[in-house]
Design a protein around this ligand. Structure first.
Ligand code: UD1
Ligand code: UDP
Length: 355
């Protein structure tokens, strides 16, 4: 099999690492990096730490409005698909890079493989929701991480070649958590005690692009007494600076640059609580059994809400503070598979190829 993989954003590098490793044991893979994320701590660091093969094509598209960014990606991906003539084009998740890759391939009749298919927030104001729906509807193989994902697809009449294989992010955590323990000095570097801080990540457009929501969230952080560490996403940093908001005034808050994956796993596993709007971080909190508070109105990861392993609070200040200070006793279940999602994906594709 010859597979062309399209990547562009931080979580996609992490998801691709386990799949590329297994895929390349017996098949050919070429990687296109769209350049959607380009800072070294948003891109290169993951290729280095996770041993992801260097991209064969780097498109350098960079940041921009949705149409321009997606359109530029499409024009460039199309040329490559025409030249390389792959058997499949593989995409991950729900970013503009996902949509660009899947639309190009579908129109050139190259079967699309969507990893992390079937997730829905049912909020079409989110760019991610549009990207997921469009991608799922043009995909030939749909690998979903959960039963909910399979069910969502069924409700949209997509049932052919749909597989729940578990979550590739769980594969990545299992593979890297020992390495993180061995190599990361992020706690010492930032004077953090194990279970003596809350970890924060906020980057979703629905939050960052609304000054009122950001003020509510920051007011909540100011009312939470525990030390808080926040590796800040560049989008959030730029937005706060444009709003003229200075985070120095929030007591007990340590704002740091985005960290690599091994440092992030260390920060997640040793946090007392996690406050986030990230999809990936909600799941990692669950995998590593750290209680999570999600600052969004919906989550695609509904399994995490059971027994308050994850509490969905939106952006109301008082609700955030209450949820973070609440004592919870979550029960964690194997709802994200067994950490062998990548093997299953490659096995299914290889078997289908032979038949
Ligand atoms: C994108 C995805 C989002 C995903 C997130 C993961 C879309 C529509 N959104 O959001 O689903 O959760 O990635 O992190 O695809 N920037 C930099 N340096 C970088 C990258 C971005 O400074 O290396 C800044 C730029 O100001 C840019 C902004 O971040 O305009 C937003 O970047 P973009 O890739 O458009 O969206 P994300 O918010 O990162
Ligand atoms: N992550 C990281 N360093 C950071 C913040 C996040 O390595 O400073 C990792 C995190 O562990 C998870 C992924 O990035 O694996 C999540 O990406 P992000 O929150 O940007 O996007 P989302 O999952 O919401 O699409």
């Amino acid at each position: 099999m010859k597979i062309l993989t399209v990547l562009g954003a931080r979580p996609q590098f992490i998801k691709a690492a386990p799949v590329s490793r297994v895929l390349r044991e017996a098949h050919e893979e070429l990687i296109i990096h769209t350049g959607q994320h380009y800072d070294s701590n948003m891109s290169d660091i993951f290729f280095d730490e996770l041993n992801i093969p260097k991209p064969d094509y780097y498109l350098g598209v960079g940041s921009g409005n949705h149409g321009k960014q997606t359109g530029e990606m499409m024009a460039k991906i199309e040329e490559i698909v025409l030249n390389e003539n792959p058997d499949y084009l593989m995409v991950y998740g729900d970013t503009n890079s996902t949509l660009a890759g899947s639309l190009v391939a579908a129109k050139l009749h190259v079967p699309v493989i969507h990893i992390e298919a079937g997730l829905r927030s049912f909020n079409k104001k989110m760019p991610e929701e549009i990207n997921r729906i469009m991608t799922d509807h043009v995909s030939e193989y749909l690998f979903s991480p959960t039963d909910t994902g399979v069910e969502n697809l069924k409700n949209e009449n997509i049932t052919r070649n749909v597989y729940n294989i578990g979550d590739v992010m769980y594969d990545a955590v299992l593979y890297n958590q020992g390495l993180a323990e061995e190599k990361s000095s992020v706690l010492e570097d930032n004077s953090l005690e194990k279970k003596g801080y809350h970890l924060i990540t906020i980057h979703r457009a629905e939050n960052t692009d609304d000054i009122e929501k950001m003020n509510n969230i920051l007011d909540a952080f100011a009312q939470i007494e525990e030390t808080k560490v926040w590796p800040i996403h560049p989008r959030t940093k730029h937005k706060l600076s444009a709003y003229g908001i200075n985070l120095d005034s929030v007591p007990g808050l340590k704002v740091i640059d985005p960290v690599g994956y091994l440092d992030m796993l260390t920060l997640v596993s040793n946090a007392k609580k996690i406050v986030t709007d990230s999809g990936g971080v909600q799941k990692e909190a669950y995998f590593m059994k750290v209680p999570c508070v999600t600052v969004r109105e919906q989550t695609e990861w509904v399994e995490t809400l059971e027994s308050e392993a994850n509490i969905l609070v939106g952006t109301d200040t008082a609700k955030i503070v209450k949820a973070v200070n609440k004592q919870v006793s979550p029960e964690y279940k194997d709802v994200f598979g067994d950490g062998k999602a990548a093997d299953k994906i490659v096995e299914i594709l290889a078997t289908r190829e032979q038949n």
